[in-house]
Design a protein around this ligand. Structure first.
Ligand SMILES: Cc1ncc(COP(=O)(O)O)c(C=O)c1O
Length: 400
């Protein structure tokens, strides 16, 4: 450790100050803002009431009476904690039942539930590949996939976003060079910041052709897309022996926790090797019960179709006004504005008008592609969409 680093360790205040100041000067400083949330509205004394164009509670199930009731009942019956890791005393009948239900929904032999979607990707990836192996991940993959890749110590290469031609050439080159390595291809079925999707059928075929395993994170698709909300991969088919589908309960399912669907063999391996599964307390009863109840509601109603119809209406309105909404066709609608400062300014103005919209900046999105990430949920009506479009268009025309 050099003298400067040693001095920083002895007295970190100045270094912390300079680091934070550098983030502030690039409009990349982040802070926590407390808000109340009731019946689909966010509220603070200073900002007043705001419509939710920002959360991931896409189907508004976290406030559904039946879901809330199921969670409360579970707490009263089983307590507020699952008390230990799944492998100690933390596997309850409710965990096993939910896993069976999800596996049959997605169409895989097995499902394992984890503490969160972040836990899933950071646990599953290092359980599958190691130091001598290779991960090929889409450039815009979520941080949990990248963190899982780093934890695995495998070589990580990123291919350009949704660029299957580049993925194919990487697969060809790597397989020619090293026949005997495990390769894992990782991507998402709906990207969280762009709301777009890869060609999953072609991706699945590519992985199969080059004997690679495929991990598709369906965090933003589950509950919304596909038959009975089972996501996008099930619509095109996949190799059940070599594909893993990951996801979360924290978005359309209105709860908390994560899931991986895969073959029985993979699942057995994960129980024995996924460290975030082994060394973390099992999902608590309230989250399990809420996810289970949401799943019943999703399977018996076409909530996703309604959401997607509204999203199409909203996106078309923005496009008609000449705004750049990217190429996606989902309930996540980016409005790409370029500079971080501009995205922050627009989000602030919209909050003043009663619309809770988030500004996304680097490193969450690529440098120079700062945006408003607008996500729709079932509490948003078309009238609200119209109001947001006209406010946004006015601010952008004013040069804000
Ligand atoms: C694609 C993707 N994967 C995983 C996660 C993590 O899920 P969780 O919030 O359950 O940790 C997120 C959440 O932001 C996500 O967008």
């Amino acid at each position: 450790m050099g003298e400067t680093s040693r001095k920083i360790c002895e007295n970190p205040g100045r270094w912390i100050g300079e680091t934070l100041e550098s983030l502030r000067s690039k409009s990349l400083y982040r802070e926590l803002i407390s808000r109340e949330r009731r019946e689909g509205l966010f509220y603070t004394e200073k900002e007043g009431e705001m419509r939710d164009f920002s959360s991931n509670d896409y189907l508004a199930l976290s406030e559904h009476q039946e879901v809330k009731h199921a969670a409360s009942e579970a707490v009263l019956e089983q307590g507020s904690s699952s008390s230990a890791s799944r492998l100690v005393t933390g596997t309850f009948e409710s965990h096993t039942q939910l896993e069976k239900k999800i596996a049959s929904w997605i169409g895989t032999e097995s499902c394992l539930i984890f503490g969160s979607g972040y836990h899933v990707n950071t646990g599953v990836i290092p359980a599958l590949v190691g130091r001598n192996d290779l991960i090929l991940a889409d450039r815009l993959c979520h941080a949990s996939i990248i963190d899982g890749a780093v934890l695995s110590r495998a070589k990580l290469k990123r291919f350009a976003h949704n660029d299957l031609a580049e993925l194919e050439s990487l697969l060809r080159m790597e397989r020619e060079e090293r026949e005997d390595i495990r390769i894992l291809v990782a991507t998402e079925s709906v990207f969280s910041m762009d709301g777009d999707s890869p060609d999953l059928r072609a991706l699945s075929e590519l992985a199969e052709r080059f004997s690679a395993w495929l991990l598709v994170d369906e965090a933003h698709a589950l509950g919304v897309f596909g038959e009975k909300g089972r996501g996008l991969l099930g619509e095109v088919g996949f190799d059940p022996n070599t594909t893993l589908i990951t996801g979360t309960f924290s978005k359309a399912l209105g709860s908390f926790g994560g899931l991986v669907c895969c073959s029985r063999e993979f699942s057995e391996l994960l129980i024995n090797r996924a460290r975030s599964f082994i060394y973390s307390t099992a999902l608590p009863p309230a989250s399990v019960a809420a996810a289970d109840c949401s799943l019943n509601i999703i399977q018996n109603n076409r909530l996703g179709d309604r959401l997607l119809e509204n999203a199409r209406y909203f996106r078309d309105s923005l496009k008609n006004e000449g705004l750049n909404t990217g190429i996606g066709d989902s309930h996540i609608v980016p409005v790409i504005v370029g500079e971080s400062e501009r995205a922050l300014r627009l989000a602030r103005k919209l909050r003043e008008d009663g619309f809770l919209v988030s500004a996304m900046r680097a490193p969450t999105v690529p440098e120079g592609e700062a945006r408003l990430r607008i996500s729709l949920n079932l509490n948003i009506r078309r009238k609200d969409c119209d109001l947001l479009v006209s406010a946004l268009v006015n601010y952008i025309r004013d040069g804000r």
